[in-house]
Design a protein around this ligand. Sequence first.
Ligand SMILES: Nc1ncnc2c1ncn2[C@@H]1O[C@H](COP(=O)(O)OP(=O)(O)OP(=O)(O)O)[C@@H](O)[C@H]1O
Ligand SMILES: [Mg+2]
Length: 252
Amino acid sequence: MLELRQVSRLFGGLQALSQVDMTVPANKIVGLIGPNGAGKTTLINNISGLDHPTSGTIHMNGQPIQRAAPHQITRLGIARTYQNIRLFSEMTVLENLLISQHSQGKASALESLIFSGRYRREEQTLRENAAVLLKRFNLEHLAHLRAGTLPYGDQRRLEMARALAINPRLMLLDEPTAGMNPVETHELGTQILRLRDEGMTILVIEHDMSLIHQVCDEVYVLSFGQIIAHGTPEQIKNDTTVIEAYLGREDE
Ligand SMILES: Nc1ncnc2c1ncn2[C@@H]1O[C@H](COP(=O)(O)OP(=O)(O)OP(=O)(O)O)[C@@H](O)[C@H]1O
Ligand SMILES: [Mg+2]
């Protein structure tokens, strides 16, 4: 589904990504791990069009996307969450879900103004979709609270719900359990597995190895911008190169 070939990203003299080859097969959950500063977020920024590779190619279902803008990437069915949560903190939980779906609506601004039948029908569909997402992520009771007032774990789940609101085929998750306790982390893992069972493809950056083991079909390990290992979670766990990459950083 997603193919990265020789993707490099230079920031001045810093090689944030170096000739990264990666394949995310349809209907799989692929993990991306690596020490702090390894280039994981940069990789997701490059897939989602927020940033672009200095060289190399990225294909989504055969179509080159390495120069595409974020809204074009969204239209191809790629959604993401952010390591630093990006919600409209002054809006309610429900409003956050409605507004993210809005780009999908077909009614024009003028139609909205005069409240046409088409607009009302779309509004109804948006609200129904939002209700399904609220239920799925156990946020129903919080629907009318301002997003910024929610505890961290709830905000993370809302971020995920918001990404899903555009009905993507591929989800890019940047540390979706950061700040969650072990129970919340495991529950989110169950949700991620459920999405895969429903046909979604997922690339997930994660520091929590229990989540990686719970959900991932395969894992890539990034260190100083390079892929240093790729395999099943079990293979990665016992890979000496990977263990050294983490220990090396801890020594610093
Ligand atoms: N816009 C930018 N300009 C310059 N340098 C950047 C930029 N974005 C990232 N970097 C650098 O690129 C490297 C990779 O950063 P990145 O955020 O991708 O790492 P990461 O693996 O996501 O780390 P973490 O686990 O801490 O989230 C870091 O050295 C970072 O300082
Ligand atoms: Mg990061």
